[in-house]
Design a protein. Structure first.
Lengths: 444, 762
């Protein structure tokens, strides 16, 4: 079987060797990228075919001002927003989430996740990989292993589908710790950096530059095929063959009508685009739906600006909550109407919650002890709330869950066996998930 | 839970335990055993020498099972049984001793679980009448004696044969391979002089399963021709057995050379039946040696000059010239910067300048590597006036300093031993914390986080006593590798930490002395291997920074010869590079379709490797005739000369520039991936370089140069060779197809920059 996934208990440098062995499989016409596809094509490995859309509230969103309101807490805790009732009896949400208040039957709120990362970088590593990390002041990891983001593990486990890369991220710059980590750049996301809201929206390196054009791009490829005779002479194993396979994929992506179609937001009705909100995040969320339909497995959409140390209420009131409210609710209804909620998981989460007590600048600070997140979609017991927080949202009451439990929940929803062992880039065996237990209450 | 094993099975177990026969050497002790015994029937069963190896062989204490820190099912053993006292407590006392049953061993969980007679997460591991079951039962029946402090004193293991040569003969009439096999025999000797055949208890692994397989009982089977090694482990001792499966006789080949590397390589090739590729042509050699030694492509003029030079010594002359080029300083300083992780996140802007200044000066002066190492390891004073002090700010925890020092200078990965005995080596936690202890008598002065970012003062000085802020997790006396728990007499002066006299020397001096001594078994090999890997793209030992007995070099004799030469030359890096580059092994042609030594680990031909991020970006600019603009850097700064990875570049990140947060060689991305393909094929940036009015192509077109002149120039600059006739024909056709010439030339240049021949070194 493929050595790259062979469980090993050694501290030997198997990573590189395993890579070489995969290369040597090229003898049988199986190069690395094909191998990635072969993994997903093997029906015995997986039974589920689930997609994932992550709405990442970057900076850390306040629970008390959104989904977990505490109207009875003192005013310096509860803040100035009022709760409104939802379509889930007994549950209220913030008055600035009016659209989501009609969709709460599609959300499973989880209030039990607790971690110890109080700075953005470490907290992001906890919440995007499940594992702790101790970064330095500049958010760079200090000498320790960087774990792959959920999207990268999913990319590795599920591979390409319909000529679409498995993991795409819509953000102006890569989100922290959202890449392949020790799995390497092959599992990092394809970045959509530009604003999908813009009229001439294009995807860097994927959309053909207008000054080159489609016809010339094809001509260039023909010229390359004719001139790169060296490439043809090299035996079809190893890095050179891998590269030609990646070029094939790159061209598929650049030139396939399906991919072009997936990235073309103009094809959506104006009314639907309005429903998602004419914002960067709203249009990126719509793009996420199109990408999932086209075959992408995991799409992360970056919602920025939630680090509200000051003017928390002013900023949430406009534009943060209306932006999220539109995009999130439109996504849930849109997926539901298209029947995609049965094979797509939607998660709205950030790296931590915010301090329950309002600070002197009318803001809230970092708070990892309460961090409400919302799951929807395939396999999720929608319209429920898991766990509860105390009267001032200072602590979780009763059972808490670690980020590894949260990671296990994500992997179980995706049908991924997270007890599998990978080999880190320095040759050590590392479990996809080290001992987390999925949160049973999340599952339908 | 109430367990009631089926009576029948329980009875058969009892019968089996009565038999108390022992398996022959080489059998699998977890399986039902066959015949005779080789153990004196009355010898007492010991925890350390018998029970723990039995548990290890059955896989009980493996990392994925009860050996993990959390254990499994509430039962946690020490990883691979390296902590006997801990295991003793767990087995006999934990959970109120419910796992053992001295009165009736057959009814103990310790046996019922692995035999699968009560539910067991790990399934059935051992047979009722296996030797493992007997050992466990006998130990319980004899009152469960605990470990003795001296149980493992002087333990050594020996494997016979030390090397195995197997054959793989194809029977042409039946078209089948007859696979030869050989049984290994492992003997353990103890300080008391006793020796035991422990083959059946040893753990066997093979490094490359596609070349040979090894059974649980130590039988090695040839799978395909090539060379690999079998690792043997027993109670913290390791051994490695080289396994060769020769390809069969080669033709005669001529290999004239005076280089010491060549003679040793030839001997090994002949033994393995592989033939070297021919000597590479001048153009390929020139491109290779430029990229490998100075990270830069030859210019068109340099390529023409070299081609025109008819002297017999032109290859060695160009090597000498390249070693004196300014780009040599840039390129090797970049490598040292990666290795030592020069980065302003640790050093601040000013500290980085000081540290980089020292690196560049050392490379420029060709400071012997032992001297560089000593300067780094014993540095003290102000970072801003004494660059190497930065080493102690890049890592400030003593544990991290131990790991980095070991990995960088000795090529030993010590990380495992922070928490447990190294599973594949003899290194223990004592080695780890012994090394860390060298760094605990230091004191730093800085102004905190603000200081490091904005350039506050930073200095380091040695202290007389252990600095309480630098106390390792486990305090042991400073001691170096090789000073194993079993022969403490080689420990470096253990009193050094406890003495309070004024004349106590900085213990780092002793460490630096030991590391850089000519007879240090790791230092010279480590750098010889690193420099070899920098040139070939693959180390003699892979991974490059993982030298250990169980990870032997692909051609050990070549690494020996190179290391020896390196020592003789006084750890001189340029001489080391010269030795390698002038060898014929280095100058072999790329074999595009090898039939033997396919993966190139025997170095019979050159394996193509992708140019690294910085080199590739510089090469693209050199061919396109453009310059890159980096934030905050002077115009014209080349990527190989950037001070650290904080200088943003989308291209460099895409192509795997390391972030310098990990001393591992693996931190640099060397694979190809989709983003790279997209970026080269389709980025507006690259298109901009091709069409740049300041670029190479524009100059040609503006000057109205002839087609042949342009095509020669493009090929020489990108590929260091002239186009073939076939390529000329293709280009002539393209230029005649009616597309405007300028666009066609741009597309041709685009194709050259995107071709594998350009992107790979070969």
């Amino acid at each position: 079987m493929f050595q790259i996934d062979h469980p090993t208990r050694n501290c030997e440098g198997l990573a590189r060797r395993a890579f070489l062995q995969v290369g040597s499989l090229g003898l049988f016409g199986l190069t690395l990228p094909k191998l990635l596809q072969a993994e997903q094509a093997n029906p015995t490995m997986r039974t589920k075919d689930t997609n994932f859309i992550l709405l990442w509230t970057n900076g850390g969103i306040s629970n008390m001002d959104t989904l977990d309101m505490k109207p009875d807490a003192p005013v310096e805790y509860r803040g100035e927003f009022q709760p409104i009732s939802t379509n889930l009896p007994g549950l209220s949400v913030c008055e600035h989430l009016p659209l989501m208040s009609r969709q709460m039957d599609k959300v499973c709120q989880v209030r039990t996740i607790v971690h110890l990362g109080s700075q953005h970088a470490e907290a992001t590593h906890w919440m995007l990989t499940g594992y702790p990390q101790v970064p330095d002041v500049n958010a760079a990891p200090v000498g320790s292993t960087v774990y792959p983001c959920f999207g990268s593990v999913i990319a590795k486990e599920l591979g390409w589908k319909n000529g679409m890369p498995p993991y795409v991220q819509c953000a102006s710059g890569p989100m922290m710790y959202s890449s392949g980590g020790y799995l390497g750049s092959a599992y990092s996301p394809l970045m959509v950096r530009r604003n999908p809201q813009e009229k001439d929206f294009s995807v860097d390196d994927v959309s053909i530059p207008s000054q080159v054009g489609a016809e010339r791009t094809q001509r260039r490829r023909r010229i390359l095929d004719r001139l790169d005779s060296w490439q043809r002479q090299v035996d079809q194993t190893g890095a050179v063959a891998d590269r030609s396979e990646f070029y094939r994929q790159a061209y598929d992506l650049m030139t396939s009508p399906a991919a072009k179609q997936a990235f073309d937001l103009q094809a959506e009705p104006e009314a639907l685009r309005d429903r998602y909100g004419r914002t960067r995040e709203g249009q990126a969320t719509l793009l996420a739906r199109r990408l999932v339909e086209a075959g992408v497995r995991f799409v992360a959409v970056d919602f920025t600006g939630y680090d509200t140390h000051d003017k928390n209420f002013i900023r949430l009131k406009d534009p943060l909550l209306p932006t999220l409210d539109r995009a999130w609710s439109a996504l849930l209804t849109d997926l539901s109407e298209r029947g995609l909620l049965s094979n797509t998981v939607v998660l709205c989460a950030g790296e931590f919650g915010r301090t329950p007590r309002v600070n002197g600048a009318a803001g809230r600070d970092h708070y990892p002890l309460c961090n409400t997140i919302g799951f929807s979609g395939a396999g999720v017991r929608m319209g429920s709330v898991v766990g509860q927080t105390d009267a001032r949202c200072e602590n979780v009451v009763g059972k808490t869950n670690s980020t590894l439990d949260y990671a296990a929940t994500i992997f179980r929803l995706m049908g991924i066996d997270d007890t599998k062992e990978y080999v880190s880039n320095d040759g050590r065996p590392i479990l996809i998930n080290n001992g987390g237990h999925s949160i049973d209450e999340v599952f339908a | 839970m109430v367990f009631a094993p089926p009576l029948q099975k329980s009875a058969s177990l009892a019968v089996a335990l009565f038999m108390m026969a022992s398996a022959t050497a080489g059998s699998d002790p977890t399986q039902p055993q066959s015949d005779s015994t080789n153990r004196p029937p009355n010898e007492a069963v010991q925890l350390t020498r018998d029970v723990i190896p039995a548990l290890t062989k059955a896989g009980c204490n493996a990392g994925a099972c009860h050996g993990s820190f959390q254990g499994r099912g509430g039962f946690a053993l020490s990883l691979l049984g390296f902590d006997a006292a801990f295991d003793y407590d767990v087995l006999t006392k934990a959970s109120r001793g419910r796992r053992v049953n001295p009165a009736s061993p057959a009814q103990s969980l310790l046996l019922l679980k692995p035999m699968g007679l009560v539910p067991h997460g790990g399934g059935k591991r051992i047979a009722a009448d296996s030797e493992v079951a007997q050992v466990l039962a006998k130990w319980m029946a004899s009152g469960m004696p605990g470990p003795q402090a001296n149980d493992l004193d002087g333990l050594r293991i020996r494997v016979d044969p030390p090397h195995a040569v197997l054959s793989l003969k194809t029977n042409h009439s039946t078209q089948t391979d007859s696979k030869e096999r050989i049984a290994l025999c492992v003997t353990a000797t103890f300080a008391d002089g006793s020796a035991r055949d422990i083959t059946r208890w040893a753990l066997f692994d093979v490094r490359d399963r596609t070349i040979a397989e090894v059974s649980r009982s130590g039988e090695v089977t040839a799978v395909r021709c090539g060379k690999t090694a079998v690792t043997v482990r027993y109670l913290g001792q390791v051994a490695s057995v080289g396994v060769s499966i020769p390809f069969g006789p080669t033709g005669e080949f001529d290999f004239p050379s005076e280089n010491p590397l060549d003679a040793t390589a030839v001997t090994e090739w002949k033994r393995l039946g592989v033939e070297p590729a021919p000597l590479t042509n001048d153009a390929t050699f020139l491109r290779r040696v430029f990229l490998d030694l100075i990270g830069t492509l030859p210019t068109v003029d340099e390529a023409r000059q070299f081609q025109a030079d008819t002297s017999a010594t032109k290859r060695s002359r160009i090597i000498d010239q390249l070693l004196e080029r300014p780009e040599y300083v840039d390129y090797w300083s970049l490598k040292w910067g990666d290795l030592l992780r020069a980065h302003r996140r640790y050093l601040g802007d000013k500290g980085l300048a000081s540290f980089n200044g020292w690196i560049r000066q050392s490379v420029r002066d060709n400071k012997p590597l032992d001297m560089m190492t000593r300067e780094l390891l014993t540095a003290q004073g102000n970072l801003f006036t004494n660059g190497p002090v930065g080493y102690f700010f890049i890592d400030d925890k003593v544990e991290d300093l131990a790991e980095t020092t070991s990995q960088v200078f000795l090529g030993i990965r010590l990380q495992c031993t922070k928490c447990h005995h190294h599973p594949n080596e003899v290194w223990s936690q004592d080695d780890y914390y012994g090394l860390a202890a060298f760094f605990s008598k230091l004191e730093t002065k800085d102004s905190g986080t603000i200081g490091s970012r904005f350039g506050g003062p930073k200095s380091l000085r040695a202290t007389r006593t252990i600095n309480p802020n630098r106390k390792p997790q486990m305090v042991v006396a400073p001691r170096v590798f090789g000073a194993r728990p079993f022969d403490r007499e080689t420990t470096i002066d253990p009193k050094a930490t406890t003495e309070s006299a004024e004349d106590v020397v900085d213990p780092r001096q002793q460490l630096a002395e030991w590391i850089t001594k000519a007879d240090n078994p790791y230092f010279a090999r480590n750098f010889a291997n690193r420099y070899w890997a920098a040139l070939f793209g693959v180390g003699l030992v892979e991974p490059v920074d993982d030298l250990r007995a169980t990870n032997p070099a692909s051609i050990p004799s070549v690494l020996d010869a190179l290391s020896q030469k390196f020592v003789e030359q006084g750890f001189d890096a340029k001489s080391l590079l010269r030795t390698i580059c002038t060898s014929r092994v280095y100058q072999l042609a790329p074999e595009l379709n090898p039939s033997r030594d396919v993966d190139g680990t025997l170095f019979t031909h050159r394996i193509p490797r992708r140019l690294t991020a910085e080199v590739l970006l510089d090469a693209i600019n050199q061919v396109a005739g453009t310059t890159e603009t980096f934030t905050g850097q002077p115009v014209g700064t080349r990527a190989i000369a950037l001070p650290d990875p904080t200088i943003a570049s989308n291209f460099l990140s895409t192509f795997g520039r390391p972030q310098r947060n990990n001393p591992c060689e693996c931190a640099r991305g060397s694979n190809t991936d989709l983003s790279q393909a997209l970026h080269l094929a389709n980025s507006a940036d690259l298109h901009g370089k091709i069409i740049s009015t300041a670029g190479r192509l524009s100059a040609h077109l503006t000057a109205n140069r002839g087609d042949d002149e342009i095509v020669d120039d493009l090929y020489l600059s990108a590929m260091t060779r002239l186009p073939t006739d076939e390529e000329r024909t293709v280009i002539r056709e393209l230029l005649a197809d009616g597309t405007p010439h300028e666009a066609t030339w741009q597309d041709i240049l685009w194709a050259l920059l995107n071709s594998a021949e350009f992107v790979f070194g070969h």
